[in-house]
Design a protein around this ligand. Structure first.
Ligand SMILES: Cc1cc2nc3c(=O)[nH]c(=O)nc-3n(C[C@H](O)[C@H](O)[C@H](O)COP(=O)(O)O)c2cc1C
Length: 286
C-alpha cells in the first residue's frame, strides 16, 4: 500500500494526534521504504509549487532527547523534512502535501508531530542541503509513541488545548460571513467540512474559515493577532494547506469531481482580518 486510496481515510484523520514522546524502537526499513514510495508518488499541489520531502535520521543523547528539537521530541530518530521553493502559495502547498504524508504514516501505524517552530532549521538545512531558492517550513518525527507523554509533551499538548476544536458556527458559513452554516443542512458537504474541523493547526488556532457558495466552497484565513511575527514561517498558511488536504480527500469520497481554483469570489461581509486563499469548485448534481 503506497497511496491513500482504499484506506478508511476519515478514521485515519480521527486517529492522528501529535506525539512528542517515542519509544526507541526504530522505524523498520520496509516502512521507511513505504513512506518514501508514497512521497515519490505525490501529485502536484494546488498552487504548483516545487516541493521536496526528505527523510532524515538524527542523533539522540543518552536521555532520549533528539538533537535539533530543543528537547521537545524524545525517542524518535527518523524525521521527514518538508521543503518548498519560495513563491505564491508555497506554504499552503507544503501544508497540503505534508499532511498527505502524515496521514499515510498514520495509516501504516506510525506516529507523527507537525513541527513548524520547535526545531533547529540550521541543523536540518545542513542535512538536506537547502538551496537558496528553498525554505524548510516543517518537519515531523515518524516513529512509535511511548505509553506516556513526557512532561514537555504534556505542556505543549495542554497549553495548545490540542484536544479541542471550534464549533461549526464559528468556522463554517453559508454564502456570506453573516450566516453560519448549519451542520444539518450541509448535506454531502458535511463530512468534508467535519474533516477540516478535525485538522491539526499551529498552536491549535484553527484559522480556517469556509464559506459554502453556489457549487463552490471558498477557503479563507482568519489570522491570529500577533501570530505571524512570532514565527519565522507563515504557519497559518500551512494550516490552510492542511485544511485543503483534508477537505479534498473527504470530498473525493462524496463528489465525483471537484477542483481547486484561485479566484476571489468577492463575497459580502468578509471581516477585515480575513484573507481569501482558494476555492474548491464542484458539480452540484454529482
Ligand atoms: C503548521 C503546524 C506547526 C506546528 N508546530 C509545532 C511545533 O513547532 N512544536 C510542537 O510541539 N507542535 C507543533 N504543532 C502541533 C500542534 O500544536 C497540534 O497539531 C495542535 O495542538 C493540535 O493537536 P493534535 O495535532 O494532537 O490534534 C504544529 C502544528 C501545525 C499544523
Amino acid at each position: 500500500m503506497a497511496d491513500l486510496t482504499n484506506i478508511p481515510i476519515t478514521d485515519i484523520i480521527k486517529k492522528r494526534k501529535s506525539w512528542r514522546t517515542y519509544t526507541d524502537k526504530p522505524v523498520e526499513i520496509e516502512k521507511k521504504e513505504q513512506v518514501l514510495q508514497f512521497i515519490a508518488n505525490l501529485k502536484k499541489p494546488p498552487f504548483n509549487s516545487a516541493t521536496r520531502f526528505e527523510m532524515v535520521d538524527l542523533d539522540m543523547n543518552f536521555t532520549g532527547k533528539v538533537s535539533g528539537t530543543y528537547g521537545v521530541i524524545k525517542g524518535a530518530e527518523t524525521f521527514i523534512a518538508g521543503i518548498v521553493g519560495k513563491g505564491p502559495g508555497d506554504m499552503e502547498d507544503v501544508g497540503y502535501l505534508f499532511e498527505r504524508i502524515i496521514l499515510f504514516a498514520t495509516a501504516i501505524d506510525l506516529d507523527t508531530c507537525w513541527m513548524g517552530a520547535s526545531f533547529s532549521r540550521e541543523l536540518f538545512a545542513e542535512k538536506i542541503t537547502l538551496k537558496p531558492e528553498e525554505t524548510l517550513p516543517v518537519v515531523s518525527p515518524i516513529g512509535y509513541r511511548a505509553g506516556r507523554r513526557s512532561l514537555t509533551d504534556l505542556v505543549f499538548h495542554m497549553s495548545a488545548g490540542s484536544k479541542n476544536r471550534k464549533s461549526w458556527p464559528e468556522i463554517f458559513f453559508y454564502r456570506t460571513f453573516n450566516e453560519s452554516l448549519d451542520k444539518s443542512s450541509a448535506g454531502k458537504l458535511e463530512m468534508p467540512f467535519e474533516m477540516v474541523r478535525l485538522a491539526p493547526s499551529a498552536v491549535n488556532k484553527q484559522p480556517w474559515r469556509l464559506v459554502e457558495d453556489d457549487n463552490a466552497v471558498h477557503f479563507f484565513l482568519k489570522r491570529t493577532a500577533g501570530f505571524k511575527s512570532m514565527f519565522t514561517m507563515d504557519l497559518q498558511r500551512i494550516d490552510m494547506g492542511i485544511a485543503m488536504c483534508h477537505f479534498e480527500i473527504a470530498a473525493n469520497i462524496t463528489f465525483k469531481s471537484g477542483l481547486w481554483k484561485i479566484e476571489n469570489p468577492d463575497i459580502p461581509y468578509v471581516p477585515k482580518d480575513v484573507e481569501y486563499i482558494a476555492s474548491w469548485k464542484y458539480l452540484k448534481d454529482n
